[in-house]
Design a protein around this ligand. Sequence first.
Ligand code: PMV
Length: 315
Amino acid sequence: MIRASAPGKLILFGEHAVVHGQPAIAVPLHAISATIEVEAAPAGTGITIALPDVQAMLSAGNNEAQADNALTYTAQLVLQKLAVNPPDLRLMLHSTIPMGAGFGSGAAVSTALARALSSALGQPLDNPTLNELVYEVEKIHHGTPSGIDNTVIVYEQPVFFIRGQAITTFRITKPFHLLVGRVDYATPTHVTVGDVRKLHEQQPQSVGQIFATIGEIARQARRAIETGEIATLGPLMNENQALLRELTVSDTLLDNLCEVAMQAGAWGAKLSGGGRGGNFIVLVPEMTALWQPIQHALLQAGAVEVFFTTIGETH
Ligand code: PMV
């Protein structure tokens, strides 16, 4: 049986400003992943994509790419790319990545599907081709995606991402520890991205300055990660969070959770991803005994799920 997986992702610095040409930093999140398993199916059935609770069908004669369902669209793009007719295959999706929470669920599922299907057809796609294909699918979810999600998920590397530029990865000299949490609501990324765009149109000068400052924070954060000066990432996260608030993409609960984390002893905290719900990250000190009180305080303050992850550990 053929099987392919793709991890989730976390944006550490630079979301939103990245849509407007500034750098952002993202890392793969191996603790959660999407997997596709491929099995032979009866002749004439075409490709069936089985989800835990929905059945999406691709009919055997149809290889016109249609942007209505991200999964069938991914499969159709693969068939188009490889110039083959739909084979008789059953693709089963298993994912531990919460959907719509800013962990890159859409990009991970598409990546796993395109990898598994192209391998099953005996022509596995290389990463640059896969990245382009998943970017096309991302447009369904995001409208005008910067491309950061598909890039970090396809390459499974930390990325220092600038829209339209060659992919730059970087070294994490010293692993660091995050608490990753989420709240029980989310706002579609295209909504917050659209609102930030409107704000920029209304106040080009001041919002342009916010983007530039976020870009500078991302550059400083990269240097800190490369030199292993982890504690300096904390204030950079807090500054980035304050600027995201100015861009109107934070909200009362996310602001409060960042506050609560700091009061409980965190080094820094910010939302991660599109904002107005979704997920947030907290940089915790090295001493593990200090982690649980922060986790507890966050859960008390309204986070629905909070887990530990180490960034930069070989896996
Ligand atoms: O996919 P999300 O919701 O984690 O956010 C993506 C990051 C944004 O910068 C807000 C949008 C983008 O396309 O880069």
